[in-house]
Write a protein that binds this ligand. Structure first.
Ligand code: ATP
Ligand code: MG
Length: 474
């Protein structure tokens, strides 16, 4: 069984001494703090599960440390020591999430019960979190990259060749094409697979913070740096670092990054000692890096260092065949995640999914289906349940096409003369519209009127006015 580690914090040496002896006898490892500031720092010691903290200390009192622990998400069970007769503090401590409180001078027997309970509590909690993590993993499904299209299969082949080798992989693709998912997959199939997978996103972190986000900082590196912090690079040691949206990274930082990747070591911000790391590097972006190099927004040497192997994830609209497969996959997954019966798609719905342009790629498909599964009470999802923005999209692009065709014509017309342009133009719109629909319904006027959404008699009149003859329809 792993060893329990406890923090004891008090400015009274004799109390520290008593507690240390007592805990050591129980085979508990001890770290000591003599003031609130140190206590705060030591609370973040890896593996710390118990803290016994005095309420009155220089620097910061026990309650402050407790509050801090709550805010920073410390997992340790904290026991607050109070002097007798301070009911108010005791209540406050419990409210702030203390595990228990001990009144000084304390009875070691009582303290023992308390510590045993705290140990048990932490063990249970860890077990529960592990369990729920595993459950979540199971529910979230295996990390699978779904796709049968040639483009995806080709990507798989390359991944198979490079995953186990220590080459830097650059993943290119529009937003939502699965770049991060692919990076995880490569990580899991690499020798570092058991190690951490850490992602840092250049588009999401403000420029000023990016440097310390990647490289970490030392205590006192800048105002507010009361304690040091590891950067993502360091956290990825023994695993994989995903440099997401690398195309958005500031050029100065790119130089530092390149050096760190090449030398496998770097300095924390404000640090004097180099930090060594061994991490696999994967970079991803939706930008055209060659162009970024051309525009001097991206360092050429960094690009060459990153693209040991380049994987291009094709947009979904270029692999329509993957749409139904992905849709089935998501329906399976959502049924597992949300419980309830697995939903299916109507034929029309599938067809619409295949024809939609998917500007947000797989992420958009996932979102459309999630929303439909959650909101639609019936088991079969129809086209309208999907709520696709397709009609608006098509309308927009249709308008663009027609405008483009109209423009040169309008430009040639004299804007000072009277021309009845409107009634001149309209038949040119209506004729192809009606003819095409009639072709599609193979001359069936009842159906055509329905598709057009106009009355049968109106259709007949229009056909007469526009001189459309049924026998001309193909
Ligand atoms: N081939 C796929 N199979 C299964 N799920 C996928 C696939 N591609 C993408 N996804 C899912 O789609 C969502 C978006 O994928 P991911 O975040 O990897 O895309 P991205 O390219 O990094 O997007 P962005 O550029 O917006 O960051 C995720 O929930 C991911 O699990
Ligand atoms: Mg991403």
């Amino acid at each position: 069984m792993e060893r329990i580690k406890a923090l004891i914090a008090d400015d009274d040496e004799s109390i520290l001494w008593v507690l240390e002896k007592f805990l050591q006898e129980k085979s508990i490892e001890v770290v000591k703090a003599r003031d609130g500031i140190e206590a705060r720092r030591l609370l973040h010691e890896p593996g710390l599960s118990i803290a016994i903290i005095d309420i009155n200390m220089p620097g910061a009192g026990g309650l402050e440390v407790l509050k801090d622990a709550g805010e920073s998400g410390s997992r340790a069970a904290i026991i607050i020591m109070t002097a007798e007769g301070t009911m108010k503090n005791t209540l406050e401590a419990m409210k702030l999430g203390a595990f228990d409180y001990a009144t000084k001078p304390f009875d070691l027997g009582e303290l023992e019960v308390m510590v045993d309970r705290a140990v048990e509590h932490v063990r249970m909690k860890t077990r529960l979190t592990n369990l729920s993590d595993r459950l979540k993993e199971r529910l979230a499904g295996e990390t699978v990259f779904v796709g049968k299209s040639k483009a995806v299969q080709d990507v798989f082949k390359t991944v198979g060749k490079v995953a186990h080798r220590d080459v830097t992989v650059l993943i290119l693709g529009e937003s939502g094409t699965g770049k991060e998912l692919m990076a995880r997959l490569i990580h899991m199939n690499s020798p570092m697979g058991e190690g951490p997978f850490v992602a840092v996103n250049s588009a999401a972190v403000p420029r000023e913070l990016m440097e310390s986000e990647i490289f970490g900082f030392e205590k006192g590196a800048f105002t507010g740096a009361v304690e040091g912090k590891k950067g993502k690079f360091e956290l990825a040691d023994g695993g994989t670092l995903l440099l997401d949206e690398i195309g958005d990274m500031n050029v100065d930082l790119q130089a530092r990054l390149l050096r760190a990747i090449q030398e496998k070591e770097f300095y924390r911000v404000g640090g004097k000692e180099p930090v060594k790391v061994d991490a696999r590097i994967i970079a991803a972006t939706n930008q055209d890096l060659e162009r970024a190099v051309h525009e001097k927004r991206f360092r050429e040497d960094l690009l060459y260092r990153l693209n040991g192997v380049t994987l291009k994830l094709p947009p979904l609209r270029e692999r329509k065949g993957d749409v139904p497969i992905l849709a089935e996959y998501f329906l399976d997954r959502f049924a597992r995640e949300f419980g309830g019966e697995r939903k299916t798609l109507s034929e029309k719905a599938i067809e619409a999914l295949e024809n939609y342009r998917w500007p947000g790629n797989v992420r958009e498909l996932e979102n459309v289906l999630r929303r439909a599964v959650l909101l639609c009470p019936s088991l079969k999802l129809s086209l309208s349940d999907l709520n696709l923005p397709a009609s608006r999209q098509q309308r927009d692009s249709l308008e663009e096409i027609i405008s483009a065709k109209l423009k040169p014509f309008i430009e040639r017309t004299d804007h000072r003369s009277k021309q009845e342009l409107y009634s001149f133009m309209m038949p040119f719109m209506e004729r192809p519209l009606i003819k095409l629909v009639l072709e599609k319904t193979r001359g069936n006027q009842v159906q055509a009127a329905e598709v057009l959404g106009i009355n049968r008699n109106t259709l007949r009149k229009k056909m007469k006015d526009l001189n459309i003859k049924i026998m001309d329809i193909k």
